[in-house]
Each structure stands twice: as C-alpha cells, then as structure tokens.
Design a protein around this ligand. Structure first.
Ligand code: ZN
Length: 85
C-alpha cells in the first residue's frame, strides 16, 4: 500500500513506518472522510477532536484543494493545446 498525502501530494515510501511517523490514514472535513494526510499537513491544518479524530480546522474547511481531486480536473492530454501554433 502506498500512502500519498491528499493535501500536499507528498508520498510516504513505506506505509508501515509512515503511520509511526505521524501519517494519518484519514481525517475529517465537515462530514466527509478525507485522507491520507502527512504529519506536516496535520500540524498545519488539523487538530484532534474530543474523540481523538483528526479533523480539519474550521478556518480551512472548503479551502483545501486536494491533490487527488486536482488530478481529475486536469486536462489528461495538455500537449494538445499547442497543435495550432
Ligand atoms: Zn501533506
């Protein structure tokens, strides 16, 4: 299994040790589960709620462009735009 941070796109080489290093398999934004997430993004953007769940801080809700969602929006064949030059 490969861990890739959905926030910054950083990849963990080894999923086993990644969790020891503070990677999170998921976190919560509002009512949705997102993730995984690296420890740096957790420190910057999240907190543990009263149930010990990693949760996005209110001020960042709806403001994160997730790396995995960004890929979907990108043109799969961007070189086509230079055809008419
Ligand atoms: Zn990250």
């Amino acid at each position: 299994m490969m861990l890739k941070c959905t926030v910054c796109g950083r990849e963990a080489k080894d999923a086993e040790s990644a969790l020891d290093e503070g990677w999170l398999p998921y976190f919560i934004e509002g009512l949705e589960d997102k993730g995984p997430c690296c420890p740096d993004c957790f420190d910057a953007l999240m907190y543990e709620d009263k149930d010990g769940e990693p949760r996005l801080k209110d001020e960042f809700k709806g403001r994160i462009i997730y790396a995995n969602e960004l890929r979907i929006d990108q043109d799969p064949e961007p070189h086509f735009c230079v055809v008419y030059n």
